[in-house]
Write a protein that binds this ligand. Sequence first.
Ligand SMILES: Cc1cc2nc3c(=O)[nH]c(=O)nc-3n(C[C@H](O)[C@H](O)[C@H](O)COP(=O)(O)OP(=O)(O)OC[C@H]3O[C@@H](n4cnc5c(N)ncnc54)[C@H](O)[C@@H]3O)c2cc1C
Length: 352
Amino acid sequence: MGDCNQNETDEAPFSQRPIVILGAGIIGCAAARQLLLKGFPVVLVAEYLPGDQSIYYASAWAGAAWHAAGGITPDQRYLQVVTHRILLKMAQDGPEAGVSIVNAREYLEQQPTPDSAIWGKTVVSKFHEMKPGEYPPEFHSAWAYETLVTDPTRHMPYLKQQIEHLGGQFIRQRVDSLQELYGMFPESRVFINASGWGSKALTDVQDESCFPERGQNVFLTTDRCDTMYFRNGKEYTYIIPRPLSKGIVLGGVKQQGNLSPEVDMEIARDEIARAHRLAPEIVPEHPAPDTVSHIIGIRPSRKGGFRLDSERKGSRVILSAYGFGGGGYAFSYGIADALVKMVETAERENVV
Ligand SMILES: Cc1cc2nc3c(=O)[nH]c(=O)nc-3n(C[C@H](O)[C@H](O)[C@H](O)COP(=O)(O)OP(=O)(O)OC[C@H]3O[C@@H](n4cnc5c(N)ncnc54)[C@H](O)[C@@H]3O)c2cc1C
């Protein structure tokens, strides 16, 4: 066949080389979905998959509210904006994706700085400053708006189903290094590391900036589950409604370095008390025991914030997307969208 032999390099054609994603949390799965929608073949390799309940699988345990993060760059804000756009469409399409539009009331202990969550007012619907008398008098000010909550008990299984329907493949396997992954997929050229806290232990990543941050929330079963309450300030407290599961999530705490899977009842009592102070009309001071359950998960946090970058290593391109701490859902689809663009750039370089 001479010069015309397409496979003279022994490489599989471009179209048959899957994009390989390490990690099947919200970041890996959202990226897989968006890539598949663009026509890329995708394989996900992960120890934990949607539906699993390990405390180390953060995506099973998130609140998971869309709340504008303070202290982030304009580029990072845009990632949240894209996420909002995609989640809103899912919510409007029906309950299947587990995303709901809810009311939000945000109470501020102090005057907001320009760097605060206030930037989100151009993203959410029906934003308005509440008038004194409409919110508890101990606060400096308050906002009301509509936001989005994702129910991870529904969204992660939905994503798994969508990914498989679009032709994506899941492989349950723990790897010790990215090198091990390259060995599993010798033809692939683009790898995405979405391994969350796992990036601390991977022998060829060993990101010392990664650290675990334990979260423990109370889940209260109630019909009054259509409004998010958010206390912004020192007594950081949230009530995140989960309308599709008929309940509310009360939080929160962040415990650096604590990996205990046991319920700390002192924390649970404190969260109920704080939530009761924030919204006595929906959270009783002493809820009936059979309405209370507990959520424990380890947030994959990272000093200096999350990683989102692309590195070329020989013939491979490695995209890193991990370290989302307490905001993985609020960034998810924006990150996925950014990864699609990075994959397109990498593949163009590989093919042309
Ligand atoms: C209590 C609590 C409340 C939260 N509330 C919110 C909220 O309101 N809003 C919000 O946006 N976020 C919230 N979060 C944060 C959110 O859950 C995380 O940011 C997000 O789930 C991180 O997703 P991830 O895909 O990066 O990581 P993970 O979900 O932890 O997934 C990591 C994946 O990588 C795999 N993996 C890792 N290492 C390896 C390895 N060596 N080999 C194979 N596979 C590996 C794992 O098996 C897993 O599949 C909350 C978290 C907690 C715990």
